[in-house]
Design a protein around this ligand. Structure first.
Ligand code: HEC
Length: 204
């Protein structure tokens, strides 16, 4: 037993002297018992690498790929804004009967609870005390460009009373909703002259 303690003591001294007390500065790399993930065979930015023919570790994006951020932000369809930051004047997507139907359906899901089925701001939430909800037939909103309304849907209203709906409503659906909102506005402010001649007799 005595030899065991003596040997044990020696081993402890040996281990501590080799691995312990490394507070002092040393040029030698530390002994790694558990390297964890300190050394990884990965490419660091701007480091050379022999794997690629041009010897550079940093790669350019593959043609046709879309980097997160930049090209997406640059497109007026995605942001409702032109390159110079001004709002897109008119809906950039073709307005088809199909898109209009989609816009109506999405409007009824995402907007009507507050803005009301006809856009007058008297949706069900107004009866439970949410207010003041914008009346989409306000001249101020009729005069807004499509891009500005797109911006309101994406980021919420400037005054902040309407929260952003960018996460719930896809980009194409936003433009579809805008087409439908324009139709709602026209239904109030359109003139008889704008109705096709053959349909005028059906007006009440
Ligand atoms: C939870 C209720 C709510 C929902 C849902 C909602 N809105 Fe609004 N919206 C408001 C309120 C409240 C205002 C007034 C905001 C203000 O003055 O800050 C407003 C304002 C607006 C405005 C005018 C912004 C301006 O420039 O003053 C537009 C346009 C608009 N909403 C469109 C929409 C569309 C399109 C949808 C559906 C995608 C929608 N809203 C969904 C509550 C809502």
């Amino acid at each position: 037993m005595r030899y065991f303690f003596a040997a044990y003591f020696l081993v402890v001294v040996l281990v501590v002297s080799l691995l312990g007390f490394r507070g002092g500065l040393s040029r030698k790399p530390p002994v790694f018992i558990f390297p964890d993930m300190d050394r990884q065979p990965k490419l660091r930015p701007e480091k050379p690498d022999a794997f690629f023919p041009d010897g550079m570790g940093s790669r350019l994006p593959v043609p046709g790929t879309i980097a997160r951020g930049a090209p997406y932000e640059d497109s007026p369809v995605n942001t409702g804004k032109n390159q110079d930051g001004s709002f897109v004047e008119a809906n950039p997507l073709p307005i088809t009967a199909q898109r209009m139907a989609r816009g109506q359906e999405r409007y009824q899901v995402n907007c009507a609870p507050c803005h009301g089925a006809v856009g007058d701001g008297k949706g069900i939430t107004s009866k439970y005390g949410l207010g003041p909800i914008a009346n989409l037939h306000d001249e101020r909103i009729i005069r807004q460009t499509d891009g500005e309304i797109f911006n309101t849907i994406t980021h919420g209203s400037k005054a902040g009373l309407m929260l952003p709906y960018g996460a719930q409503v896809t980009i194409t659906d936003r433009w579809a909703i805008i087409a439908y909102v324009r139709a709602l506005q026209l239904s109030r402010y359109g003139s008889v002259a704008e109705v096709p001649a053959e349909l005028r007799s059906t007006l009440k």
